[in-house]
Ligand binder design. Sequence first.
Ligand code: CMP
Length: 150
Amino acid sequence: MTRRERTLSLIKPDAIAAGHTGKILDHITSAGFQIIGLRMVFLSRTQAEAFYYMHRERPFFPSLIEFMTSGPVIAFVLEKENAIQAYRDLMGATDPAKAAPGTLRALFGQNVEKNAVHGSDSPENARREIAFFFSEAELIPVQSTFPQPV
Ligand code: CMP
């Protein structure tokens, strides 16, 4: 059984600097995801540490924080049936070298850290990560932006 779900994605500083933003968004919308909120943010160190707090004990954490504060990120909320798993499938494995051909990380990632995109990994984290960047009022289901039939 499928149900409509929301997930949080980031385009990371490496992919923005490489000029991949448009291509990544095109892949996502072509795969049937609706973008219902989007903003560009230059994360502070405190914000990056809070966003990735679950990785704080990992050896790569200091380097990850350095990377995620090296330039802006683009944060956006996606809506689709089973969006969390569907978007993880579209992104591919964390390490671009192990990601399936055609996935976002295989196409646009550089290495296991500079891997182009982030996506929430569970409903709990999706709720937390969406609220990190957006208030509920900032999320606009696409249908409501078009004129409604009278
Ligand atoms: P993301 O899906 O955003 O979640 C945590 C991030 O940490 C991950 O993508 C990578 O950017 C980074 N990361 C995960 N594993 C490693 C690793 N082994 N070495 C360096 N960075 C990593």
